[in-house]
Unconditional design. Structure first.
Length: 159
């Protein structure tokens, strides 16, 4: 089975999670960063995994645009969806629902909440100020859930 992981990352957490996921899947896994890879052709892949980080309550606009543009072909593939965010429980589930259109969520065989990271040195001054005030964070924080990534990979491989 050929997998394509298409993701958007701002500060690197989603990139780290996408690469970890790829390592748990198969040698036939291609990684595409929606920010840097142009003209992504998904027709040659059996399974498509879409992932993004949540910033200010929303997923990356380029990832949203990709889903909208490729909706018909995405709905014909095995799908997996994941987000990286600092929230847990119901708040993370709400952010997941907001990140992906209902038609894509309903088609996906695997849903993943991979946790998140706050890497202050990768943020601009405005972002740092907001994070420090809202999250009361003064140093880097990592809440990546590697067991969720592994379980997600196993679910995708079983499709």
């Amino acid at each position: 089975m050929k997998f394509a992981i298409i993701y958007a990352t701002k500060h690197g957490c989603t990139n780290k999670c996408a690469h970890t996921l790829a390592n748990n899947l198969d040698i036939n896994t291609a990684l595409f960063n929606i920010e840097t890879d142009k003209n992504i052709n998904i027709s040659n892949y059996d399974s498509i995994i879409l992932g993004g980080s949540i910033h200010a309550g929303a997923v990356n606009k380029k990832l949203s645009g990709f889903m909208e543009k490729n909706l018909n072909i995405l709905l014909q593939k095995n799908l997996g969806l994941f987000i990286c965010c600092m929230f847990e429980g119901d708040q993370a589930l709400e952010q997941f629902r907001n990140a992906f259109p209902e038609s894509i969520r309903n088609k996906a065989e695997a849903h993943g909440l991979f946790g998140g990271e706050l890497t202050l040195e990768k943020m601009n001054l405005f972002e740092k100020a907001i994070i420090k005030k809202i999250a009361n964070v003064e140093e880097n924080v990592s809440k990546i859930n590697y067991s969720n990534i592994k379980a997600f990979a196993e679910k995708m491989k079983s499709q």
